[in-house]
Design a protein around this ligand. Sequence first.
Ligand SMILES: Cc1cc2nc3c(=O)[nH]c(=O)nc-3n(C[C@H](O)[C@H](O)[C@H](O)COP(=O)(O)O)c2cc1C
Length: 248
Amino acid sequence: MKLDMRAFLRDDLRLRVDFSASDQNRGLAPPRVQKPARETQTVLPLPRDPAQTFTGRMDLVQALGERHSQRKWRDEPLRLEEIGFLLWAVQGVRKIVGPGQAFRTVPSAGCRHSFETYVLANACPDLQPGVYRYLPLDHGLVLERAAGPDFFALQHEAVLQQAFVPKAPLVFVWTTVPYRMEWRYLETAYRVIAMDAGHVCQNLYLAVQAVGCGTCAVGAFHQTALDSFLGVDGEEEFALYLAPVGKV
Ligand SMILES: Cc1cc2nc3c(=O)[nH]c(=O)nc-3n(C[C@H](O)[C@H](O)[C@H](O)COP(=O)(O)O)c2cc1C
């Protein structure tokens, strides 16, 4: 075991970093809050006011007590309203504070929010099968890539043959854009990116219960296969975590 890897988890790493050299302290503009949609992409708006629509569906204390990982799905579709609610729960914007900063439904170190959220629509009647990306500022989805004939086989490979993933009607995949965190935190960015990911997935675990669904955190996958499946470069943006969702 390489004990020096533990340094990554320790906050005294901060004492060895010269923060005056950060891009923030050198006066560079903050990175964008979300990756913009391409000009050729049309934003599919998600139903408005997800918080109001789903308020009162599930008692929070009950949701905390009953949370567990699910890997079997009932053959029942998720509606766009439910998908929009789940996306809002994991990354929805509460308040735009200024350029490069927006408060969301999850906390993030320094409000840097390094994640992009993708959904793989495997079997959702309101969505053509394919890879979509959530735009938190718009509360909408863009289609990144329509599913081709090898969509399920490639997805199965990318998640190391964990068959419950491509069998789910919808799969959340979070990538990180590390520069959003490095801009302020330099080498200490990675520790807080990992911390941030936990909040996002836990919100999904709790929120799915309000819509009769289940999920399972998945940290094991083939990095380059999943990055190429999503269409991200694997350097400036790469997959970090995923979670299939289905009715249970
Ligand atoms: C960071 C992380 C990574 C995980 N990766 C996987 C995975 O790759 N495959 C899987 O089947 N479950 C995975 N799990 C789910 C755990 O196996 C599960 O949370 C654990 O067994 C406890 O069960 P519970 O969630 O029902 O309490 C992961 C969970 C976490 C938090």
